[in-house]
Design a protein around this ligand. Structure first.
Ligand SMILES: Cc1ncc(COP(=O)(O)O)c(C=O)c1O
Length: 462
């Protein structure tokens, strides 16, 4: 008889304990192949458990193929060789590393965490989670909620000079998530050109031959682009990431002309980080100048609201909307409907515009303070790319390489990034260049943060 010790007070049900014990005995060959298991009644009696418990355990063993059954005869142990037992490879346990505790972080992607309008956001969140919104429990439009797309179209018209219909907008959970969709719309033959230095997502996603095109103080070198065989170019015209250059009017016209030369040419305009401009007048989006449906416009709420919201959007030219619907209408939206409505209502009632205005003042203050501090180290350092966004760049007169300087900062628990972190060709510039994000540095921290960084880099005031 099979004597198994079953724990009646355990949280594991008795039938599961019995099943696991018999299974183990079979695997270890303690019960030989072909052996008949005791009848349910006998085993139940022997172990002082119910017959149902034995029945459930035998049923599980049968379902997994450890035993077979002959009607009215009983259960028999199967030959394990015929069962596809999968040995789990022994792998080293994965380590979860705690994020480093930075003394100061100059991360260019960080936003101010002190002034988020929690109370109004909470109000809209509370309002939407109500029985009257029960319709939102079902799946919504794959392109995103019409209410949010309508608000975005309105915002783009008012603030970015873009006229578009809500039907052209697709909402997704981030630029990185939308880029592969755009790539698929443009077909497998598309040859992509990217800014160099630039945002690394596209080369990361499109691992093959993405063509790097240089940047100068007027933005993308369109003459260089024209020498390549690219038919799609990814640009950040209003605030080049990361150099901060603005694509000049002349270059904009040239770029649109380049796109108009062939039917399969497109411009992907990423308007990331263009909401906050501190010097000069606002720069309208390139998409607003496009007369021939050549610009695929994309933007995100990552900087204007929060990176964790995971809401970005793309405005497709009408001819690509049809392709999108054919290829993607079976996919559900990646952004929860409730979140989309919170954001739509927040925008509808003017809170988004108010938040942007308020944050513009806050970021301007931090920006000015940072420049004031950095200027004390001129001419050893030169500030540029400081007109907009949440970071600026400093060019250093230094013998050490960017990576050496970065390492010194990291050793002092200061998080910084270098220009070569964003270049596809690994040639570094003659003068090491660092990116200094100020989004989440508190105004009272800026002076100390700059001092600590300059100490770590061994740069003294003039
Ligand atoms: C140019 C550019 N676009 C977009 C993003 C990220 O956008 P999202 O948060 O929507 O994925 C980044 C992030 O660094 C970026 O540098």
């Amino acid at each position: 008889m099979l004597l198994f010790e079953l724990k009646k007070n355990s949280s594991t049900p008795l039938y599961e304990q019995l099943y696991a014990s018999i299974k183990q005995a079979i695997i270890e060959a303690n019960i030989p192949i072909g052996a008949k298991l005791p009848s349910k009644r006998k085993l139940a009696q022997f172990l002082a458990i119910s017959q149902t418990t034995v029945e459930l355990a035998y049923g599980q063993l049968l379902a997994e193929g450890y035993v077979s059954t002959k009607p009215r005869v009983g259960f028999f142990v199967e030959d394990l060789e015929s069962i596809p037992l999968i040995d789990k490879p022994t792998t080293a346990p994965l380590q979860t590393e705690a994020p480093p505790a930075w003394r100061y972080s100059f991360h260019p992607g960080k936003i101010d965490s002190e002034h988020f309008p929690f109370s109004s956001w909470r109000k809209y969140a509370k309002d939407i989670f109500d029985e009257s919104s029960k319709e939102l429990l079902s799946l919504g439009d794959p392109q995103g909620e019409l209410a949010l797309r309508t608000e975005i179209a309105h915002y783009l018209y008012q603030s970015r000079g873009i006229t578009c219909d809500a039907a052209q907008i697709v909402i997704g959970s981030g630029t990185e998530q939308l880029l592969p969709i755009i790539m698929r719309l443009l077909g497998d033959d598309a040859q992509f050109a990217v800014e160099n230095p630039g945002y690394s997502a596209l080369p990361r996603i499109h691992l093959q031959d993405v063509i790097p095109v240089s940047i100068d103080e007027d933005g993308l070198r369109v003459d260089e682009l024209a020498q390549t065989n690219a038919n799609v170019v990814y640009v950040t015209p209003s605030h080049q990431f990361p150099t901060g250059a603005v694509l000049s009017m002349k270059r904009r016209a040239k770029l649109l002309k380049w796109a108009n030369e062939y039917d399969n040419r497109y411009i992907i305009e990423d308007d990331y980080d263009s909401e906050f401009r501190y010097i000069g007048k606002p720069i309208a989006a390139l998409c607003g100048l496009d007369q021939n449906n050549k610009v695929i416009y994309m933007s995100t709420f990552t900087k204007s609201l929060m990176p964790s919201l995971r809401v970005a959007y793309v405005v497709l030219p009408p001819q690509l909307v049809q392709t999108y619907r054919r290829l993607f209408n079976y996919y559900s939206s990646t952004v929860p409907r409730f979140d989309q409505h919170i954001l739509a209502n927040f925008m509808r009632d003017g809170h988004f515009a108010k938040h942007l205005n308020r944050m513009r003042t806050i970021y301007r203050k931090k920006h000015d303070l940072l420049i004031e501090e950095l200027q004390q180290y001129a001419p050893k350092i030169e500030v540029f790319g400081e007109r907009a966004g949440m970071h600026l760049l400093i060019r250093l007169q230094h013998d050490e390489t960017e990576q050496q300087l970065k390492q010194r900062a990291l050793d002092a628990a200061i998080q910084i990034f270098t220009l070569s972190d964003y270049t596809s060709t690994k040639a570094t510039s003659d003068s090491p260049t660092l990116l200094l994000g100020f989004g989440d540095l508190h105004e009272t921290q800026i002076q100390k943060a700059v001092q600590a960084l300059m100490d770590a880099l061994h740069i003294t005031k003039k």
